[in-house]
Ligand binder design. Sequence first.
Ligand code: FE2
Ligand code: FE2
Length: 269
Amino acid sequence: MELLDAFVARSLEEVRFWSRIMKEHSLFLRLGFRCEDTVLINEANHFYATFENIESRANRFTLNEDPNVIRRFNDEVHVAVSHIWLFKRKVLGLILTCQLPGANNFPLLVDHVSREANYFRNRLMELNTGRLEPLPDAIIDENVFFLRIMADHAKFISHLLDPSERKLIDQANQFSADFDQLLFQARDLESMRPQSQTVPLLDQFLDQNRVSVKSLRDFKKTARDLIEACRIKSIIHPLLADHVFREAEHFLFIIDMFENSLTGKTAHQ
Ligand SMILES: [Fe+2]
Ligand SMILES: [Fe+2]
């Protein structure tokens, strides 16, 4: 019974977080298309509506919901996420073959949002099959994934700020270099496994990553507030600034969950 409760809670948490993220990706992609790309714009609007619907249904479910209902819901979400992943990869192909000259989505951004869709899809699969990775593997794999996501965010912020915002661009570039380095460290730990998967090494790994994610999270929060108050020059949508801030918060939540599992405070997931 306890396991089933955990299944419903974890599922709702993941779907609520990531369906909002997928909905916002649809908006960002749409904003980057040219006005003549009406077919792509319609597709993006369609995904926006799909994930808005999923998000509001996920918010209406309670923790007392029948796990079988949630399992079917996860399957349905999985199909929608597979479709948006395909759409993102198609858009990436169009950009990289120069079929959308003048459109405003960076290829790395489109690749990035497709990686997030793929991550969400895998999480749904793991939840529904109950096949979770062993904790030491999950710690390394999730950090490799999220450190790259954070490094990308720093690069997007740097490139979407107005070139005259020299100080902020400099800070964003420093975060980019910091996270590239953390990502390389994570990959080193990855190639040294299983021997690298000792509790002290994994604990130190989490501690070190947490420090940098916290300071990036604070930088994003400041950037978001400044953008909302129209105090800096950029082509960053305020919602994009908030979006990357929430993803950093989510990573911190995951780091803390791993830390607790590693030190035996609570059960893993
Ligand atoms: Fe995202
Ligand atoms: Fe992201």
